[in-house]
Write a protein that binds this ligand. Structure first.
Ligand SMILES: Nc1ncnc2c1ncn2[C@@H]1O[C@H](COP(=O)(O)OP(=O)(O)OP(=O)(O)O)[C@@H](O)[C@H]1O
Ligand SMILES: [Mg+2]
Length: 219
């Protein structure tokens, strides 16, 4: 079990001669077993926050601390059993089948998770597509593969960037049930989303605007 907290995270990007402050002092704590939904308009900094949390981006100021079983660890040194991400752009591997994309974290870890992968594929309505390649699947199907890949190793920390953006209501329900279950099993979950179905399942909703976080859904 592990949660995480940030204090005073600032992330700036150069844009020509200007500087964009994508994160402007973000204090956030997500406890083990907690599902937090992160809401905010396009460009407000949601993906940037997830990129810093998973170690893809280095903050200009502030700190990220993991606790519990992951205390003292750096996010960029974690495997997908510890911290897993559903990127907004999905990041599937084009020359692996959908099943092999789901299994990738297990292959990298040297463990056999074929049964678990099969269950996730079936649960997300993908069993009949297992041998197809990403370009042979719809965007919604590809997104469900990315969620299955993130859930495969039951990560202690789950970060997901608008994981229901390409789903109909029925498939969104299935994905969100699986995410809720992961939190109920002890994971710390942060999910960027515009989907009110997700807010309903979350323990807390946080709003982001211009790189700043406030408690509660946007008014
Ligand atoms: N690598 C980058 N270089 C320059 N600017 C960036 C970079 N990544 C993000 N930004 C800028 O930082 C701000 C926050 O972007 P971010 O992608 O975090 O927003 P978002 O809330 O995820 O938006 P969306 O809902 O559209 O996904 C935006 O102004 C964006 O243009
Ligand atoms: Mg985004």
């Amino acid at each position: 079990m592990s949660g995480f907290r940030t204090t005073g995270l600032v992330k700036r990007f150069a844009r020509g001669v200007e500087t964009v402050t994508a994160l402007d002092g973000v204090d956030l704590a997500v406890a083990p077993g907690e599902f937090v939904a992160l809401v905010g308009p396009s460009g407000s900094g949601k993906s940037t926050l997830l990129a810093v949390l998973c170690g893809w981006e280095t903050p200009d100021e502030g700190a990220l601390t993991l606790d519990g079983d992951l205390a003292g660890r750096r996010p960029d040194a974690l495997g997908w059993a510890e911290l897993a991400l559903v990127p907004q752009a999905l990041g599937l591997v084009a020359d692996l089948s959908l099943a092999d994309n789901v299994l990738l974290p297990a292959r990298l870890r040297g463990v056999d998770e074929h049964d678990r992968a099969g269950e996730l594929l079936a649960g997300f309505g993908l069993a009949h597509l297992a041998d197809r390649y990403p370009h042979q699947a719809s965007l919604g199907e590809q997104q469900r593969v990315a969620v299955a890949r993130a859930l495969l190793l039951r990560p202690a920390v789950l970060l997901a960037d608008e994981p229901t953006a390409h789903q109909d209501r029925g498939h969104a329900d299935r994905l969100l049930d699986a995410v809720r279950q992961r939190a109920d099993d002890g994971a710390a979950v942060l999910l960027a989303t515009h989907d009110e179905l997700a807010w309903a399942r979350a323990d807390r909703v946080l709003s982001m605007r211009d790189g700043r976080l406030t408690e509660g859904a946007p008014s």
